[in-house]
Design a protein around this ligand. Sequence first.
Ligand SMILES: Cc1cc2nc3c(=O)[nH]c(=O)nc-3n(C[C@H](O)[C@H](O)[C@H](O)COP(=O)(O)OP(=O)(O)OC[C@H]3O[C@@H](n4cnc5c(N)ncnc54)[C@H](O)[C@@H]3O)c2cc1C
Length: 438
Amino acid sequence: MTEKKDVIVVGAGISGLLTALSLSKEGKDVLVLEELPAIGGVCRSYMVDGYQVDTGAHIITRTGQGPLRDLMTRYFDVIPNFVPHGKYYVLLNNRMRPFPWNLQGWFNFDIISEVDRIYLMKTLFSVSYLYNAGETFSNKSIAELLGTGLSSQTMRFLDCISMFMSGASMKETPVARFLDSESYKSKSNNVLEKLYNVLMKEGALDQVYPKGGLQSIITAIESSFPREKVEIKTGEKVLKIDTGQKKVETTKGEYSYNTIVYSAFACELPNIVEGLSEEYKRTLKKLPKTSAMMIWLGLDEQVFQKDGSEIWVDSDPYTWVVPISNYDPGLAPKGKQLVGFMSKLQENADPEKEKKKALEAIYKIKPELEKKVNMIHYQILIPEKAAWTVNTQFTGIRTPMKDFYLAGTDTEKKSMGITRASYSVLKLLDTLKEDKVI
Ligand SMILES: Cc1cc2nc3c(=O)[nH]c(=O)nc-3n(C[C@H](O)[C@H](O)[C@H](O)COP(=O)(O)OP(=O)(O)OC[C@H]3O[C@@H](n4cnc5c(N)ncnc54)[C@H](O)[C@@H]3O)c2cc1C
């Protein structure tokens, strides 16, 4: 006898867990199936030698009025405690400056030449004007937009920012990725307000780190589950989904469903679901994955003092430095500092060689660190199920299969990471309402 559930959710990453929480609060009985022994996917924390590391350095965006806030207001009983991120500092040509969010910031951003800054501001104005007039900029890359008129240092800066915004180089990152911000597409018709946003508004004010680490978000979701409505089975990999019989086969059992939400990698669907059309398989193939290299260093003292994180354009590979114990000293043993260093892992690269290279790059920028390190921990992770490049075709929520929906970072292009995952869950809920499932 197979057990029948209203909803089966495949994958217990943040997308799967937010789906399970919202659908259970909408009255559904939900079964979550997770391959790994722990829930959270790439949004969780664990202990290493007395330090609590996260699965990757994380700063969560749009927490003021964005999609995660919306889901928290609607469905969370316990709200995580967030600490403001502070500023982003850019290291270029051996000098550090706050990231320029507005015109004033650009005037002071003297680590790139004045000529280049004026050129970039002009380009930004004409692009934001055309964007507000309806141009989408989805298929034009940053490199294509800018051409060859800028200095190599400025190009390096833009390439590095592209890498952190989309997971891809400036040749692959669409201009639209940079315009995907509330301040550009203002809902207001007031020209002065729009202009103020572009000229003066400090960006990223609602970016945060969760006190207690990433795990605190997962704990908040778990604590908000209506107990009798949600069952989570870990260490149970989904092997096959029979969309005709509406049955799921896992490494440990078989279950049947009325509705299924698949929040694992959509590109894996051809291995899990039989009979997909060639056209759908082609869509799923257009979901580019990128990998990240994380190095966590436990330091004997607080070396990084700034109120925020650092973007090292000078280093090879480009590196984002987030001292998470500055937000919550409890993540490190007393008096010590825990710092995450994130860079992109090149495709087909030898991970062992890349680990060595990334660590050497850190010590090259900050030689004094080497003597203060008491813990080194490496992670190789996939930040999003699909990077937003000029060619990416995000899947959307509906699939060609009946009562079969998708959620997660390969369904939706808006924003990034946890914010993108949350947008996907909101879209899923709207779709399920339209289809009268909830
Ligand atoms: C290094 C790094 C840095 C990041 N930085 C940020 C940041 O600064 N800000 C931000 O907002 N986000 C950031 N992110 C991204 C964010 O963590 C992810 O986008 C988000 O957690 C993805 O959630 P998800 O549920 O969509 O996917 P996942 O977390 O990948 O969850 C998918 C789950 O499905 C499970 N699964 C897969 N196949 C099967 C199967 N066959 N059967 C059962 N289970 C299966 C997996 O084990 C996993 O638990 C970062 C991520 C990384 C790795």
